[in-house]
Ligand binder design. Structure first.
Ligand code: ADP
Ligand code: MG
Length: 623
């Protein structure tokens, strides 16, 4: 590091100087224009601010050699065009008030920044003018404005982006990657602007074509989202609508079973701006925490409208972050709205799962030759155990009792075996969403007939979910019922882990677990939740300790309790693998229909798959 003396010597020798404008612009460009996608973003946002309803983007070589953005917006006068390429010149802050920004731009930095690092041409014509005007900026050198013929609107062309800052050029990835990032960014912007037409051509083909729609916003927004994200999302998401103290949240929440491997399927917008915001991601994660495994992520599109005065959008030069005056309120609004919507979605499971199932069935059918022998020559084993690797291996053979769920409270089939079911009662029961149980296969899969097709239920996963939901209700109503162990279980554990468990002793009591210290290196379990029945207590405690470690100390206790309920429920479900009578199966189905979130187990895996008759007919080539 330089000493203070050396620095002051240097200042004395060379003097402090104001940096020349083009250098300032290059420095600013370093922050605003990171890559071709960010240049396109700035231009497209300018077009949106100009009221365009049609925006055409062309890029060549990933945007390296050529980018053009053409719009049919309001255009600029000759005077405005000259000012537009000057730093800090903007038409968007007429009142000097940073608190009430309603446009996407406001910093007046994008065009001069782009002009500093590329060869920029802007052609524009406003409604009031008979002719258009054009200006060139090359590596920061601004040329004189000249007349140019043009329809109303603006066309911005960027050639040789970053030619004036070769260091930045070196950081660009392949053409494909840069084009890909630009497409991703435009898709986001398109979701929040369904009234605008967008096209993007990468020099060889048109990658994006969205037609602008007119009409009521929620409707056109949903169809645009469907266009951008695909029908799977449209069909497997629920509408979000919530309001709190002037904050309005709308959007769509994907069903938990539509979960993804990364968080890149979370599209969050604040006041029409796509943002990457930790607070918002955190709220989404918390809302889904009950339904998804730790390493899975939900699929959501959320639009938050915040009163201007409660929000700071001037946090980052690229404007992709925002700051809220009341983060707690925003977090609460998002978590509350998502949880409520998911609750109302009830036992729904995503249709992508049935489609996936159909895909698999289709494949296996095409592999079987007419003689029932696989085309490879192997004989076809009909009794192969299920490929479901989520099931504990001991499970399939376990004959332990079903559990303490009330199997008698729900409407049931009136007869013992499906073959005796009268067609009248079958019809009646089949009209329930999960239908009338017809068979149990491999001691775990319930096959039920519905009016529209059939349902296959994973008894193990369903049971786990039902136990979990019941525990959560009990927990809310003052505590989970306990059963005293005839012989208390001693579990050996490391000292730190014992400490951790004992710190939360009272909370565990609410969860139905009575723990005591037992000498230096062990813990004594006296009582367990009665819903669990006869389980391996030691394994349960070890799982809970692991769970606690994974959380660290930051998570709110309520969240922790929820997760621990999940862990406990998981242990209970080992007991579900026994042969069920028809009444019991039907009771389970009715219980699932009545239980929120029963469409997926605690890890976001589905508890049932539905196949429509029309799908089955397709499978057999009848359609
Ligand atoms: P900002 O968007 O922050 O104001 P820019 O450098 O992106 O800064 O643009 C400067 C100004 O140029 C804008 O305020 C606007 O008046 C004008 N402008 C830029 N692009 C367009 C366009 N496509 N149509 C009309 N006016 C534009
Ligand atoms: Mg701008």
């Amino acid at each position: 590091m330089l000493s203070t003396d050396t620095i002051s010597d240097a200042i004395e020798e060379y003097g402090i100087r104001l940096l020349p404008n083009d250098l300032i612009n290059k420095i600013a460009a370093g922050e605003v224009i990171e890559r071709p996608a960010s240049a396109v973003k700035e231009l497209v946002e300018n077009s949106i601010d100009a009221g365009a309803t049609k925006i055409e983007i062309i890029m060549r070589n990933g945007g390296r050699t050529f980018i053009s953005v053409t719009d049919n917006g309001c255009g600029m006068s000759k005077r405005d065009l000259v000012l537009a390429v000057e730093r800090h010149a903007t038409s968007k802050l007429p009142t000097d008030n940073l608190d009430s920004i309603s446009t996407l731009g406001f910093r007046g930095e994008a065009l001069p920044s782009i002009g500093a690092v590329s060869r920029l041409t802007i052609k524009t014509r406003s409604k009031k003018m008979d002719t258009g005007w054009s200006i060139n900026v090359t590596g920061g050198d601004i040329e004189a404005v000249v007349p140019s013929s043009l329809k109303i609107g603006t066309q911005v062309e960027i050639r040789d982006l970053f030619y004036a800052t070769p260091a930045r050029l070196k950081f660009l990835k392949t053409d494909r990657t840069e084009t890909g990032r630009t497409i991703e960014m435009i898709r986001r912007i398109a979701m929040v602007n369904p009234n605008i037409s967008f096209t993007l051509n990468d020099g060889t083909r048109t990658n994006i074509r969205f037609n602008g729609a007119q009409g009521n916003l929620p409707n056109i927004q949903l169809s645009r989202i469907g266009e951008v994200l695909g029908r799977d999302f449209e069909e497997n998401s629920v509408l979000i609508e919530a309001e709190r103290e002037g904050f309005i949240l709308t959007g769509y929440a994907g069903l938990p079973t539509l979960n993804k491997r990364t968080s890149s399927h979370q599209f969050l917008f604040v006041n029409g701006r796509s943002v990457q915001d930790k607070l918002l991601y955190g709220a989404v994660r918390a809302a889904y925490s009950d339904f998804l495994a730790y390493d899975r992520h939900p699929f959501v599109v959320l639009f938050l409208n915040a009163p201007g005065s409660t929000l700071d959008v001037n946090v980052h030069p690229a404007k992709s972050e925002v700051r809220f005056q009341e983060p707690g309120l925003v977090r609460g609004l998002i978590i509350g709205a998502l949880k409520k919507a998911l609750l109302e979605a009830g036992y729904q499971t995503s249709s992508t799962i049935s489609n996936a199932a159909l895909g698999i069935l289709n494949k296996s059918i095409s592999k079987i030759s007419p003689t029932g022998v696989r085309s490879s020559g192997q004989s076809y084993k009909t009794h192969e155990p299920s490929q479901n690797n989520y099931l504990p291996s001991s499970f399939a053979n376990s004959e332990i009792a079903y559990g303490h769920l009330d199997l008698n409270s729900a409407p049931m089939a009136r007869t013992d075996s499906p073959s005796h079911q009268s067609s009248e009662s079958l019809n009646e029961i089949a009209s329930f969403p999960l239908g009338a149980a017809q068979a149990q296969l491999h001691k775990n899969y319930i096959v039920a007939q519905t009016n529209e097709g059939l349902v296959i239920v994973d008894q193990h996963a369903a049971h786990e979910r039902l136990v979990y939901e019941k525990m959560k209700i009990d927990l809310k109503e003052g505590g989970i019922k306990r059963q005293v162990l005839l012989i208390p279980e001693v579990v050996d554990l490391e000292h730190v882990k014992i400490q951790k468990l004992l710190e939360l002793k009272n909370d565990f009591a609410r969860l139905g677990l009575i723990l005591e210290k037992f000498g230096e290196g062990a813990i004594l379990v006296r009582e367990i939740p009665s819903i669990l029945g006869d389980i391996n207590v030691k394994n349960l405690i070890i799982d809970i300790v692991d769970e606690l470690e994974e959380f660290g100390s930051s998570t709110v206790l309520e969240d922790k309790l929820g997760h621990i309920c999940g862990t406990i429920a998981c242990h209970s479900s080992v007991r579900s693998g026994r042969t069920l009578r028809v009444e019991e199966m039907n009771a389970l189905l009715r219980e699932m229909e009545a239980t929120p979130h029963s469409g997926q187990c605690n890890h976001g895996r589905p508890t049932y798959v539905e196949l429509k008759l029309s799908d089955i007919e397709k499978l057999f080539g009848r359609r």
